[in-house]
Write a new protein. Structure first.
Length: 467
């Protein structure tokens, strides 16, 4: 595929920790202005604000008057940032009026939630939208006050989703059309609200928690940017969780496949949906650290990096459960797996991993621990006939488990890699409860007891990434 010609364009995203207060916002604006490329900036809410918004909604729903204190916290932080960033004058007054109007709307919605004692997902999405809207209003005012042209852009105008409140599904053709129309005549830097969107009916939706990365990727694809930069509070994507593995180090380059695998298995620095739009448009994504400008970060692109280590990184998902469906009567029984997975899908249980022995005597299913009992009850109900006939003897649930994923492009065709992996875990007295490997050979997933997480991750890291 030939390289596409694009104009010079950059989309930059800053997370909540990068814009947590006025001093951080000033540092972020310096980063924005240090680049000469035409650019659009996607911002999250100030750190902690989204959690406060959600807490206020839940308190109002319960009839708990403490929602007023949470409202006041948002109000205080908003006006405080404005006062510290924008000089008194006409711009200050007009911006304050805009913020006041938003805050009054937020308060009225909370009061409505309190009266009816209900906060639907639709109402919650609208309440959560205020964090990004308030912050982007302040930042765009600050930049203009400092003499740098900036234009506030509400992402609800340009990102269209369905009506799946809480995590909207993006209508990409319509969204890209709206982005092109809106950004054509942007004056200066476009300051865009992350995380939020709107349905075709005009209702506020969200892209899921931490969805501002996804917003940046969508905008980058929409304007066909040269690069999409995600600025956060770490130096890049790491080989493992540094809170658990002291020897974890930054991965300088990742392929798309590696990044997708790592994000799915809990590498929090990347939102799982982030790479979907940029992959299609062949736009590289760079993870950078707002607090450490000298760190080059991690580049995620369609190119396969050259490296000698047999694996690239380790990720894990905690609080998982193992559901084991066992029975001698399952051997050669057509359709049993289909019935199991249909049952779980209808119960809205997300299956994270599957493992089945060739004997067909048992099927292991890994799901979130919070969904385990509900999944078991539904299976017992829907499979009552085969349980009664003794073709299934047992549906067991094991909790307090960890799913560990060993990921890397170089794993494909590596003779003896699995042996080294299992030897490393065996030598560290880690018991493996279930195993799964994809046909691409780029991922081996293991289920272990949660209490052995630290031992397992460090054993794997020492064996493959520190020697």
């Amino acid at each position: 595929m030939g390289k596409k010609k694009r104009g010079t364009m950059k989309v930059i995203k800053f997370g909540g920790s990068s814009v947590s207060d006025s001093s951080k916002i000033k540092a972020v604006v310096e980063i924005i202005l240090s680049s000469r490329e035409n650019r659009f900036v996607v911002l999250s809410a100030m750190k902690g604000i989204t959690n406060t918004l959600i807490a206020s909604a839940r308190a109002a729903e319960a009839g708990d008057r403490s929602y007023k204190e949470q409202y006041e916290e948002v109000e205080t932080r908003t006006y405080g940032a404005l006062k510290e960033l924008v000089r008194e004058g006409t711009l200050y007054e007009t911006t304050k009026e805009t913020l006041q109007s938003m805050l009054e709307e937020y308060h009225d919605i909370l009061h409505g939630v309190e009266l009816i004692r209900e906060c639907s997902l639709r109402s919650l999405d609208l309440i959560m939208s205020f964090g990004e809207r308030l912050n982007c209003t302040i930042v765009s005012a600050y930049m203009n006050d400092a003499g740098h042209k900036a234009e506030y852009i509400d992402a609800r105008e340009i990102i269209r989703t369905d009506s799946s409140f809480g995590k909207g599904s993006v209508d990409f053709p319509r969204t890209y059309e709206l982005i092109r129309e809106r950004v054509r005549n942007v004056n200066g830097v476009g300051i865009i609200t992350g995380f939020i969107a709107s349905s075709a009916q005009g209702f506020t939706t969200t892209l899921g928690r931490n969805g501002s990365d996804y917003t940046a990727s969508i905008i980058a694809a929409g304007v066909e940017a040269d690069v999409c930069e995600i600025w956060t509070d770490v130096d890049g994507v790491l080989t493992a969780d540094p809170r658990v593995v002291p020897g974890a180090k930054v991965i300088d380059q990742l392929s798309i496949e590696e990044a997708m695998e790592l994000s799915f298995f809990g590498a929090e620095v990347i939102h799982p949906s982030t790479l979907i739009p940029t992959v299609e448009k062949e736009i590289p994504v760079i993870i950078r650290n707002t607090m450490n400008l000298s760190a080059p970060g991690t580049v995620i692109s369609g190119m396969k990096p050259k490296r000698t280590a047999p694996i690239t990184g380790i990720a894990s998902i905690d609080e998982v459960a193992l559901i084991n469906v066992e029975g001698g009567g399952m051997i050669g029984m057509p359709g049993v797996a289909s019935r199991i997975f249909t049952s779980l899908a209808e119960e809205d249980v997300n299956v994270i991993m599957i493992s089945q022995a060739s004997s067909e005597h048992s099927i292991c299913i890994v799901c979130r621990q919070s969904e385990a009992e509900r999944a078991k009850s539904r299976l017992e109900k829907d499979l009552a006939d085969v349980i009664a006939s003794k073709r299934i003897q047992k549906i067991g649930v094991q909790i307090d488990l960890e799913l560990v994923a060993v990921i890397g492009d170089n794993m494909k065709g590596q003779v003896g890699l699995s042996g080294r992996l299992f030897s490393a875990l065996g030598d560290s007295q880690v018991n493996i409860l279930a195993i799964a490997q994809g046909s691409t050979e780029k991922n081996i997933s293991l289920v272990i007891e949660k209490k052995q997480r630290e031992t397992a991750l460090n054993a794997i890291h020492r064996t493959f990434l520190e020697s």
